[in-house]
Ligand binder design. Structure first.
Ligand SMILES: Nc1ncnc2c1ncn2[C@@H]1O[C@H](COP(=O)(O)OP(=O)(O)OP(=O)(O)O)[C@@H](O)[C@H]1O
Ligand SMILES: [Mg+2]
Length: 240
Protein backbone atom coordinates (compact mmCIF):
# COMPACT_ATOMS: atom_id res chain seq x y z
CA UNK A 1 0.00 0.00 0.00
CA UNK A 2 1.18 3.54 -0.77
CA UNK A 3 1.96 5.48 2.43
CA UNK A 4 -0.61 8.24 3.07
CA UNK A 5 2.03 10.96 2.69
CA UNK A 6 2.82 9.83 -0.88
CA UNK A 7 -0.79 9.91 -2.09
CA UNK A 8 -1.86 12.55 -4.60
CA UNK A 9 -5.38 12.59 -3.13
CA UNK A 10 -6.49 11.17 0.18
CA UNK A 11 -10.15 11.74 0.97
CA UNK A 12 -11.78 10.19 4.03
CA UNK A 13 -15.39 10.34 5.17
CA UNK A 14 -15.78 13.68 3.41
CA UNK A 15 -19.10 15.43 3.89
CA UNK A 16 -20.02 18.78 2.40
CA UNK A 17 -23.25 20.69 2.87
CA UNK A 18 -24.34 23.55 0.65
CA UNK A 19 -27.29 25.36 2.13
CA UNK A 20 -29.54 22.73 3.71
CA UNK A 21 -28.51 20.10 1.25
CA UNK A 22 -25.82 17.45 1.86
CA UNK A 23 -24.03 17.54 -1.49
CA UNK A 24 -21.25 15.08 -0.63
CA UNK A 25 -21.89 12.23 1.77
CA UNK A 26 -19.05 10.32 3.40
CA UNK A 27 -16.79 10.05 0.35
CA UNK A 28 -13.64 7.98 0.85
CA UNK A 29 -11.02 7.32 -1.82
CA UNK A 30 -7.30 7.65 -2.48
CA UNK A 31 -5.39 8.38 -5.68
CA UNK A 32 -1.68 7.66 -6.26
CA UNK A 33 0.59 9.93 -8.33
CA UNK A 34 0.36 9.48 -12.10
CA UNK A 35 -3.18 8.11 -12.16
CA UNK A 36 -5.73 9.32 -14.71
CA UNK A 37 -9.01 9.22 -12.82
CA UNK A 38 -12.41 9.96 -14.28
CA UNK A 39 -14.97 11.48 -11.93
CA UNK A 40 -18.25 10.55 -13.53
CA UNK A 41 -21.80 11.15 -12.49
CA UNK A 42 -24.99 12.80 -13.68
CA UNK A 43 -25.58 16.52 -13.55
CA UNK A 44 -25.95 17.67 -9.95
CA UNK A 45 -24.22 14.59 -8.47
CA UNK A 46 -21.50 16.68 -6.78
CA UNK A 47 -18.52 16.52 -9.18
CA UNK A 48 -17.78 20.25 -9.20
CA UNK A 49 -18.34 20.44 -5.45
CA UNK A 50 -15.77 17.69 -4.86
CA UNK A 51 -13.28 19.45 -7.12
CA UNK A 52 -13.87 22.79 -5.39
CA UNK A 53 -13.32 21.05 -2.05
CA UNK A 54 -9.99 19.61 -3.23
CA UNK A 55 -8.98 23.11 -4.32
CA UNK A 56 -9.89 24.51 -0.90
CA UNK A 57 -12.72 26.65 -2.34
CA UNK A 58 -15.49 24.81 -0.51
CA UNK A 59 -15.91 24.43 3.24
CA UNK A 60 -15.80 20.86 4.56
CA UNK A 61 -18.57 19.84 6.95
CA UNK A 62 -16.73 16.79 8.29
CA UNK A 63 -14.06 14.32 7.26
CA UNK A 64 -10.75 15.13 5.61
CA UNK A 65 -9.37 15.94 2.17
CA UNK A 66 -5.59 15.84 1.69
CA UNK A 67 -3.99 16.89 -1.58
CA UNK A 68 -0.32 16.16 -2.49
CA UNK A 69 0.32 15.44 1.17
CA UNK A 70 -1.21 18.70 2.48
CA UNK A 71 -4.60 19.72 3.79
CA UNK A 72 -6.88 20.85 0.91
CA UNK A 73 -6.64 24.63 0.59
CA UNK A 74 -3.12 24.93 2.06
CA UNK A 75 -1.36 27.96 0.51
CA UNK A 76 1.57 25.75 -0.55
CA UNK A 77 -0.74 23.89 -2.95
CA UNK A 78 -1.65 26.88 -5.09
CA UNK A 79 1.21 26.51 -7.57
CA UNK A 80 0.99 22.73 -7.59
CA UNK A 81 -2.53 22.31 -8.95
CA UNK A 82 -3.63 23.11 -12.48
CA UNK A 83 -7.38 23.79 -12.43
CA UNK A 84 -9.81 24.11 -15.28
CA UNK A 85 -13.13 25.36 -14.01
CA UNK A 86 -16.44 24.43 -15.59
CA UNK A 87 -17.03 27.34 -17.98
CA UNK A 88 -14.32 29.53 -19.35
CA UNK A 89 -11.95 31.58 -17.20
CA UNK A 90 -9.92 33.11 -20.02
CA UNK A 91 -10.04 36.62 -21.50
CA UNK A 92 -12.05 36.92 -24.74
CA UNK A 93 -10.41 40.21 -25.72
CA UNK A 94 -6.87 38.80 -25.62
CA UNK A 95 -5.33 36.47 -28.20
CA UNK A 96 -4.51 32.84 -27.42
CA UNK A 97 -0.83 33.65 -26.87
CA UNK A 98 -1.61 36.80 -24.86
CA UNK A 99 -3.86 34.80 -22.51
CA UNK A 100 -1.20 32.15 -21.97
CA UNK A 101 1.54 34.74 -21.52
CA UNK A 102 -0.61 36.66 -19.04
CA UNK A 103 -1.35 33.56 -16.94
CA UNK A 104 2.29 32.41 -17.05
CA UNK A 105 3.24 35.85 -15.72
CA UNK A 106 0.72 35.50 -12.88
CA UNK A 107 2.37 32.19 -11.98
CA UNK A 108 5.86 33.70 -12.23
CA UNK A 109 6.79 31.54 -15.25
CA UNK A 110 8.62 32.71 -18.35
CA UNK A 111 7.15 33.20 -21.81
CA UNK A 112 8.62 29.93 -23.12
CA UNK A 113 6.08 28.14 -20.89
CA UNK A 114 3.19 29.83 -22.73
CA UNK A 115 4.62 28.55 -25.97
CA UNK A 116 5.11 25.01 -24.60
CA UNK A 117 1.51 24.57 -23.44
CA UNK A 118 0.19 26.09 -26.67
CA UNK A 119 1.85 23.19 -28.52
CA UNK A 120 0.53 20.63 -26.05
CA UNK A 121 -3.06 21.55 -26.97
CA UNK A 122 -2.20 22.11 -30.64
CA UNK A 123 -3.15 25.77 -30.84
CA UNK A 124 -0.02 27.30 -32.34
CA UNK A 125 -1.73 28.12 -35.60
CA UNK A 126 -4.30 30.17 -33.66
CA UNK A 127 -1.73 31.95 -31.46
CA UNK A 128 -2.63 35.44 -32.65
CA UNK A 129 -6.42 34.96 -32.78
CA UNK A 130 -8.57 36.73 -30.19
CA UNK A 131 -10.22 34.17 -27.94
CA UNK A 132 -13.60 35.80 -28.70
CA UNK A 133 -13.26 34.63 -32.32
CA UNK A 134 -12.47 30.98 -31.46
CA UNK A 135 -14.90 28.08 -31.56
CA UNK A 136 -16.12 26.58 -28.26
CA UNK A 137 -13.74 23.63 -28.60
CA UNK A 138 -10.77 25.87 -29.33
CA UNK A 139 -11.63 27.97 -26.29
CA UNK A 140 -11.75 24.84 -24.12
CA UNK A 141 -8.26 24.00 -25.31
CA UNK A 142 -6.99 27.44 -24.29
CA UNK A 143 -8.46 26.86 -20.78
CA UNK A 144 -6.80 23.45 -20.68
CA UNK A 145 -3.48 25.04 -21.71
CA UNK A 146 -3.79 27.51 -18.80
CA UNK A 147 -4.25 24.56 -16.41
CA UNK A 148 -1.12 22.91 -17.87
CA UNK A 149 1.12 25.95 -17.26
CA UNK A 150 4.09 25.19 -15.04
CA UNK A 151 3.64 21.42 -15.44
CA UNK A 152 1.77 21.00 -12.13
CA UNK A 153 1.89 17.58 -10.41
CA UNK A 154 -1.92 17.58 -10.10
CA UNK A 155 -4.55 18.57 -12.66
CA UNK A 156 -8.17 19.04 -11.67
CA UNK A 157 -10.27 19.48 -14.79
CA UNK A 158 -13.99 20.09 -14.58
CA UNK A 159 -15.70 18.80 -17.73
CA UNK A 160 -12.93 19.82 -20.15
CA UNK A 161 -14.56 17.94 -23.05
CA UNK A 162 -18.14 19.17 -22.64
CA UNK A 163 -19.71 20.20 -25.93
CA UNK A 164 -16.76 19.04 -28.03
CA UNK A 165 -17.02 16.85 -31.10
CA UNK A 166 -15.65 13.28 -30.89
CA UNK A 167 -12.38 14.13 -32.67
CA UNK A 168 -11.57 17.01 -30.33
CA UNK A 169 -12.56 14.92 -27.32
CA UNK A 170 -10.17 12.25 -28.44
CA UNK A 171 -7.39 14.84 -28.82
CA UNK A 172 -7.98 16.16 -25.30
CA UNK A 173 -8.01 12.65 -23.82
CA UNK A 174 -4.76 11.87 -25.68
CA UNK A 175 -3.19 14.99 -24.14
CA UNK A 176 -4.40 13.98 -20.67
CA UNK A 177 -3.11 10.43 -21.09
CA UNK A 178 0.27 11.84 -22.14
CA UNK A 179 0.37 14.19 -19.13
CA UNK A 180 -0.51 11.32 -16.75
CA UNK A 181 2.12 9.07 -18.32
CA UNK A 182 4.72 11.73 -17.62
CA UNK A 183 3.86 11.46 -13.92
CA UNK A 184 1.12 14.02 -13.17
CA UNK A 185 -2.08 12.99 -11.45
CA UNK A 186 -5.18 13.90 -13.44
CA UNK A 187 -8.70 14.09 -12.02
CA UNK A 188 -11.16 14.84 -14.78
CA UNK A 189 -14.94 15.07 -14.53
CA UNK A 190 -17.61 14.34 -17.08
CA UNK A 191 -21.32 13.65 -17.08
CA UNK A 192 -20.97 11.69 -20.32
CA UNK A 193 -20.64 8.05 -19.33
CA UNK A 194 -18.95 7.06 -22.61
CA UNK A 195 -15.87 9.00 -21.51
CA UNK A 196 -15.35 6.26 -18.92
CA UNK A 197 -13.45 4.21 -21.49
CA UNK A 198 -10.66 6.81 -21.59
CA UNK A 199 -9.77 6.58 -17.91
CA UNK A 200 -7.57 4.06 -16.19
CA UNK A 201 -9.84 4.35 -13.19
CA UNK A 202 -13.35 5.60 -12.50
CA UNK A 203 -14.98 7.23 -9.54
CA UNK A 204 -18.70 7.09 -10.17
CA UNK A 205 -20.84 9.33 -8.02
CA UNK A 206 -24.52 9.82 -7.66
CA UNK A 207 -26.19 12.22 -5.24
CA UNK A 208 -22.84 12.83 -3.56
CA UNK A 209 -22.12 9.17 -2.85
CA UNK A 210 -19.51 6.93 -4.39
CA UNK A 211 -21.19 4.15 -6.37
CA UNK A 212 -18.04 2.63 -7.80
CA UNK A 213 -14.28 3.01 -7.62
CA UNK A 214 -12.80 0.66 -10.21
CA UNK A 215 -11.58 0.27 -13.79
CA UNK A 216 -13.91 0.75 -16.79
CA UNK A 217 -13.53 -2.95 -17.65
CA UNK A 218 -14.59 -3.95 -14.13
CA UNK A 219 -17.67 -1.71 -14.40
CA UNK A 220 -18.79 -3.49 -17.58
CA UNK A 221 -17.99 -6.91 -16.18
CA UNK A 222 -19.74 -6.29 -12.89
CA UNK A 223 -22.95 -5.04 -14.50
CA UNK A 224 -22.88 -7.28 -17.59
CA UNK A 225 -23.66 -4.18 -19.66
CA UNK A 226 -22.40 -3.54 -23.20
CA UNK A 227 -22.00 0.21 -22.85
CA UNK A 228 -21.28 2.66 -20.06
CA UNK A 229 -24.69 4.35 -20.02
CA UNK A 230 -26.34 0.98 -19.53
CA UNK A 231 -23.74 0.00 -16.91
CA UNK A 232 -24.45 3.13 -14.92
CA UNK A 233 -28.21 2.55 -14.98
CA UNK A 234 -27.73 -1.07 -13.89
CA UNK A 235 -25.44 0.02 -11.09
CA UNK A 236 -28.03 2.52 -9.85
CA UNK A 237 -30.78 -0.08 -9.98
CA UNK A 238 -28.60 -2.56 -8.11
CA UNK A 239 -27.68 -0.12 -5.36
CA UNK A 240 -30.97 1.67 -4.75
N1 LIG B 1 -24.52 27.32 -3.55
C1 LIG B 1 -25.27 26.24 -3.47
N2 LIG B 1 -26.22 26.10 -2.50
C2 LIG B 1 -26.97 24.99 -2.41
N3 LIG B 1 -26.84 23.94 -3.23
C3 LIG B 1 -25.92 24.01 -4.20
C4 LIG B 1 -25.09 25.15 -4.37
N4 LIG B 1 -24.28 24.92 -5.43
C5 LIG B 1 -24.57 23.69 -5.89
N5 LIG B 1 -25.56 23.15 -5.16
C6 LIG B 1 -26.18 21.82 -5.36
O1 LIG B 1 -25.21 20.84 -5.11
C7 LIG B 1 -25.42 19.70 -5.95
C8 LIG B 1 -24.14 19.32 -6.63
O2 LIG B 1 -23.75 20.35 -7.51
P1 LIG B 1 -22.44 20.24 -8.39
O3 LIG B 1 -22.25 21.54 -9.10
O4 LIG B 1 -21.32 19.78 -7.53
O5 LIG B 1 -22.84 19.07 -9.40
P2 LIG B 1 -22.10 18.51 -10.70
O6 LIG B 1 -22.01 17.04 -10.53
O7 LIG B 1 -20.85 19.26 -10.94
O8 LIG B 1 -23.15 18.81 -11.86
P3 LIG B 1 -22.92 19.21 -13.43
O9 LIG B 1 -22.62 17.93 -14.17
O10 LIG B 1 -24.25 19.76 -13.84
O11 LIG B 1 -21.81 20.21 -13.50
C9 LIG B 1 -26.54 20.09 -6.91
O12 LIG B 1 -27.73 19.52 -6.41
C10 LIG B 1 -26.58 21.59 -6.82
O13 LIG B 1 -27.88 22.08 -7.06
MG1 LIG C 1 -20.22 20.51 -12.43
Amino acid sequence: MTPASALALDVAQLRVRRGHHEVLGALTFAVTPGELVGLLGPSGSGKSTLMRTLLGLQAITSGTARVLGERAGSPGLRRRIGYMAQGSAIYPDLSVLENLTYFSGVLGLDAAEASRVMDLVDLRRHAARLVATLSGGERSRVSLAVALLGDPPLLILDEPTVGLDPVLRQDIWATLTHVAESGATVLVSSHVMDEAARCARLLLIREGRLLLDDTPAALLQRTGARGYDEAFVRLITATS
